[in-house]
Design a protein around this ligand. Sequence first.
Ligand SMILES: Nc1ncnc2c1ncn2[C@@H]1O[C@H](COP(=O)(O)OP(=O)(O)OP(=O)(O)O)[C@@H](O)[C@H]1O
Ligand SMILES: [Mg+2]
Length: 387
Amino acid sequence: MISKGKRKAEIAEACGAVVGLRDISFQVREGEILVLMGLSGSGKSTLLRCMNRLVEPTCGRIVVDGVDVTKLGRKELLAFRQKMFGMVFQHFALLPNRTILANVGFGLEIKNVPVAERTEAAMQAIELVGLKGWESKYPHELSGGMQQRAGLARALAADAEILLMDEAFSALDPLIRRDMQAELRELQKKLRKTIVFVSHDLDEAIALGGRIVLMKDGEVVQVGLPEEIVARPATDYVERFVEHIDLVAVLRAEQVADRSAVVLAPMQTVAEARAATASRGGDAWPVTDREGKCIGRVRAASLAAASPHETVAGLLDRDPCVIEGSARLDGLLGRVASEAAVAVVDPDGRLIGSLTSRDVVQALAARLGAGGHVQADPSPALRAVRS
Ligand SMILES: Nc1ncnc2c1ncn2[C@@H]1O[C@H](COP(=O)(O)OP(=O)(O)OP(=O)(O)O)[C@@H](O)[C@H]1O
Ligand SMILES: [Mg+2]
């Protein structure tokens, strides 16, 4: 029925069977945090568990570092799992008759790591997740959130190359949860682990900072960075899914910058610069050299006060008021608010465009337009975000 194109709901109705996953194909890059996201029942846990064959896929291939996991025999699979995969389970899966220390060191124990080394690694992981002092307690003596952290410590201690994390932070308080998200990002940067993280929380997916695989009814509907998904939702469903996304946390300076803003050159005369800026308004304009690199800016006040034959170079304010195009808006609102215009540059220092608080407000207001409240005609900022 799947191969005849029948959908999950039709198949369930016709024969009572649940389609776990269908027609899924994507890549996980080494060293990235990839988030599997979707509503409850969309197949996230099933997909994650297929990766290390805790769930046996009926067909298809799963290739890890050149090894087709689906072809491994029972023994090879166990060894491969131990070496490659650390897993944090949705429901913790701690062993009730073992202390936290023994639980956290469990992965190393089955790898026959000597006890001293194992204890040291386990204690480090316990400390990392903030459970120091609880190592000799049993799981039932810990709260749900603490058990979840113990599960996380166990995966970290095992030092596997790939971490599969199923709703690993769902039982944590919002504050600790945010800390753990930041901690995981740091850890990933430091240790270069590859992490596949299941979450149904869009804010969490954004906070983790990587690509998102968006699932619905056992299928993948879109793969991309949050800002790509917001800018170009693949279906109506995705559009509705990201409707309440915190745009400030997602959009990058380069998406919002005004690429048609006036740019001045150092050898222009004041008269030329006045002519170029007269019809456009603004409080400051970026100045670029011949290669397009931003070398400073000229403020409206100094342009107004200068004599017409002076050059722009003489008025140049070399204050490096530039931001990288890849910076997210939430980190630069303060600067945009206090500066007339901020130059947005690429990694080589070349000007992409200029950014004013007006551009930011327009990009955010575009959301209202998307919701059907305000505008009929998209603003330049919205067109920029969408294009
Ligand atoms: N062991 C199982 N046997 C039969 N059906 C299952 C089994 N596990 C999951 N399913 C079904 O597969 C589908 C996907 O379940 P899955 O647990 O992967 O969802 P999920 O996206 O992880 O949801 P949640 O966010 O609630 O954890 C559901 O329709 C579920 O009923
Ligand atoms: Mg699940």
